[in-house]
Write a protein that binds this ligand. Structure first.
Ligand SMILES: [Zn+2]
Length: 316
């Protein structure tokens, strides 16, 4: 069996994490830390492993940032894919009006097209939540795929618990709970239908974020980097039963609390910041080493083309 994999990085800024945890705004000097520090670390890591990845870019973060634009443009020239992660990362995008959604997606689309020299064809929604309206806008813009559906029960329950705990302490998360129908969505690439979460005939392909067979445990950067080595190996091992492994990472996965001066208020709330940068780097190196012999790793746009051209049989 040919196993396909993609590695993608959501370039969420520190602002996103401050919002999730109801902490207000980050210190201004750290607003761009993910683009300034983590992006280069990912570029080096992927170059060492000869991985061509997909970077999901937030439009407003790079709109007036010449150095990040130059870095992203160089990555695009080197064969990485730049894809759309909305203009301002609103966690409630899926419940917004058509006009709002169109504005968020189109503005980011234009900025990313300028940077990469070609129009983006892929989208990932903030907070994994999508709607029919989002898919309609993507299709109108000629997108080939969405990669937001994350059909993981354990993840959903954990998020529900975190948000309930915050309410109990009178705090308000800006994060939104995903549509529970997503939990029943296929875990392998599919063409959506009338709803984003069921199979249909749409030309837009959905490439769900990786979950294990059976229990649907999340296999994303956070779970791989926080798990003890033996558990990480087991998670990766169980993904070998699937023909496609959509590994989603976040910029913060290569940020170190000490190395990058992240304030304690955020470190206390964000468990992956309590792990050292060196540990995270080693865990990611080990993950890519383990994947290397078993997978053909391609940017998500190539997987989407493959699914569109060859149907779903070979991707499953
Ligand atoms: Zn994000």
């Amino acid at each position: 069996m040919i196993r396909l994999a993609s590695v993608s990085v959501d370039l969420d800024s520190l602002k996103c994490y401050y919002r999730i945890h109801g902490l207000g705004e980050p210190p201004p000097e750290l607003e761009r830390v993910v683009l300034q520090r983590a992006l280069g670390r990912f570029a080096e890591l992927f170059a060492r492993h000869q991985v061509k990845a997909t970077f999901f870019v937030i439009g407003e973060d790079v709109e007036h940032d010449p150095s990040s634009r130059a870095e992203l443009s160089a990555l695009a020239k080197a064969g990485h894919e730049l894809a759309n992660h909305s203009y301002s990362h609103p966690y409630d995008l899926a419940s917004q009006s058509r006009e709002f959604v169109e504005d968020e997606i189109t503005r980011a689309h234009q900025i990313i097209a300028e940077i990469s020299g070609s129009a983006p064809v892929g989208f990932r929604a903030p907070g994994y939540d999508v709607s029919k309206t989002i898919f309609d806008v993507l299709m109108k813009l000629g997108y080939r795929y969405d990669s937001s559906v994350f059909p993981s029960w354990p993840y959903y329950v954990a998020k529900l618990g975190m948000m309930a705990a915050m309410r109990l302490f009178g705090q308000r998360s800006r994060s939104a709970l995903t549509n529970p129908r997503a939990l029943l969505a296929p875990a392998m690439p599919y063409r959506p239908g009338a709803s984003p979460f069921v199979r249909g005939q749409s030309m837009l392909v959905e490439l769900p974020v990786a979950v294990t067979p059976g229990l649907r445990l999340p296999v994303i950067g956070t779970s791989l980097l926080l798990a003890p080595t033996a558990a990480r190996v087991r998670l990766l091992e169980s993904m070998r039963k699937r023909a496609f492994f959509n590994l989603e990472l976040h910029g913060i996965d290569l940020i170190g609390a000490d190395e990058d001066g992240i304030p304690t208020e955020l470190v206390q709330k964000q468990p992956d910041l309590r792990v050292s940068l060196q540990h995270k780097q080693r865990a990611l190196e080990a993950t890519l080493d383990r994947m290397a012999p078993d997978y053909i790793i391609q940017p998500l746009c190539k997987i989407a083309t493959r699914v569109q051209r060859e149907g779903l049989a070979k991707a499953q």
